[in-house]
Write a protein that binds this ligand. Structure first.
Ligand SMILES: CC1=C(O)/C(=C\N=C(/C)C(=O)O)C(COP(=O)(O)O)=CN1
Length: 455
């Protein structure tokens, strides 16, 4: 992929400092070998997450200054509704404080206890809110998504056969909705094709099932369709995104990703009955229907960022930066999920540390080792993130990954070179790396707050 320069110039900077190895050894011990528990000041290049870590533009900061902080009926809400209508094609919007706020509401609205929710691979908070509403998640993603080495161009696709089999097994009336995530975070930021969206729509229409989308990384998915799916090369990512969303009944959005803001989320839909139910719940859990747990200025920043994230020059650079890091690591023989996705390079920790069993927590250990080597913070996306099933047994996902998640408009490729050099160094001494064990296991979404120690 031809290198392109950042399609912006930097107007403000935030100094970062490199710690010493001794400082990092103390810091990771104090954090219980969990990178989530590190202090930001102890982190050099922060690749923990792309969620809420974007740099906002001058237009977004200007919009913040114009935020309307009226408790009800604020102009800022009108600006968000207009941005969603004009860019995504939905008439109705219910703001929430962030994505999981929206997941909470839509799970309560659409799921009756005992129902089933098929989707393209799990995401941690999404599945938990579906379960808290009494639903059961079923993974209906194509098999290639679980194979780090598969070069399938749309590994996020739903397997129509798996979906039809579930409908036949449980009955359409017992499926709350189908959830299609674009892109698929836990598979490696992998996209869904337009052809697959149309095919899933046809199945849902035939059975009378709602098709919902987790549109958290919608813009990146649209860019992959433009560059990988026949017939879309001459289309803008923005127009592709609208076509994608024309196939779904509504969406859950974490604005902290593809709306380029540090806080924010929303539900968008066409069915006014869903909107009315969302408004009943939002006043209980998030705030008024016109602010949803956010300040007016946040709504304005999200309205601007939602549009900016669909720009092709921005997306080509953003996704090109992920590819740049991935290509450097692949060239050095470091095992990663291929092809590289939209928001991160995912290290295949099972292959990287193939002398460890999954129960020795290889991804958790590798994330800690990378931090120790260079102060680069990554995130575990393997057995720890997968949690325990309803029998209390550890789930054993096929993918045992470490995510190097690149914030939007924050780092340059010089930072990516520092990251690549560090991971390559750790890879060269991988045989010296041991496993970790729990010393404290938090009961819910354990990857956030559990603590570990070397075995
Ligand atoms: C696909 C998807 C996500 O990736 C997601 C949050 N992701 C985080 C925090 C991440 O680090 O990937 C959420 C939850 O959004 P929230 O972090 O509550 O704004 C929903 N869907």
């Amino acid at each position: 992929m031809a290198a392109i320069a950042e399609p912006y110039r930097i107007k403000m900077v935030e100094p970062i400092t490199l710690t010493t190895r001794a400082q990092r050894e103390e810091a990771i011990r104090a954090a219980g070998y969990n990178t989530f528990l590190l202090r930001s000041d102890d982190v050099y290049i922060d690749l923990l997450t792309d969620s809420g870590t974007s740099a906002m533009s001058d237009r977004q900061w200007s919009a913040l200054m114009l935020g309307d902080e009226a408790y009800a009926g604020a102009r800022s809400f009108d600006h968000l509704v207009a941005a969603v209508r004009d860019n995504y094609g939905f008439p109705y919007v219910c703001p929430t404080h962030q994505g999981r706020g929206a997941e909470h509401l839509i799970s309560k609205i659409l799921i009756r206890p005992g129902q089933h929710v098929p989707g393209n691979m799990y995401f941690t908070t999404t599945r938990l809110h579906q379960e808290l509403a009494g639903g059961t998640f079923h993974d209906v993603i194509i098999d290639e998504a679980h194979d780090p080495g598969s070069l399938h161009p749309f590994k996020g696709n739903i397997d129509i056969g798996k979906l039809e089999a579930l409908v036949a097994k449980v009955g359409a009336e017992n499926i709350a909705y189908v959830n299609v995530a674009v892109t698929v975070n836990m598979a490696g930021g992998q996209p869904v094709s337009m052809e697959n969206l149309r095919a899933v729509r046809e199945v849902c229409d035939r059975h009378g099932i709602i098709l919902w989308s987790d549109a958290t990384r919608l813009a990146e998915n649209a860019w992959f369709i433009k560059h990988r799916e026949p017939g879309y090369a001459d289309r803008s990512s923005a127009s592709i995104a609208r076509e994608m969303l024309s196939h779904v009944d509504g969406l859950t959005m974490s604005g902290k990703k593809d709306c380029l803001v540090n806080i924010g989320g929303f539900l968008a839909m066409r069915d006014e009955r869903i909107l009315l139910k969302a408004r009943e719940l939002v006043v209980v859990y998030e705030g008024m229907p016109t602010y949803g747990g956010l300040a007016g200025r946040d709504l304005d920043a999200m309205a601007v960022g939602l549009h900016e994230a669909l720009d092709d020059d921005y997306l080509t650079h953003r996704i090109g930066q992920v590819a740049y890091l991935g290509e450097r690591l692949s060239a050095a023989g470091v095992p990663i999920v291929r092809p590289t996705g939209g928001h991160a390079v995912f290290l295949d920790a099972a292959a990287f540390l193939d002398h460890l069993s999954q129960d020795e927590l290889p991804a958790q250990s590798l994330a800690a080792e990378i931090y120790l080597d260079s102060g680069v913070r990554a995130m575990e996306r393997g057995i720890v993130s997968a949690g325990r099933d309803d029998q209390g047994r550890n789930r054993h996902p096929k993918l045992e990954l470490v995510r190097l998640t690149i914030p939007r408009r924050v780092y340059t490729n010089s930072h990516m070179d520092v990251v690549a050099d560090s991971v390559i160094r750790v890879h060269e001494r991988r045989r010296d790396i041991g496993g970790l064990e729990f010393v404290y296991e938090s009961p819910t979404l354990r990857f956030f707050t559990s603590r570990f120690a070397p075995i």
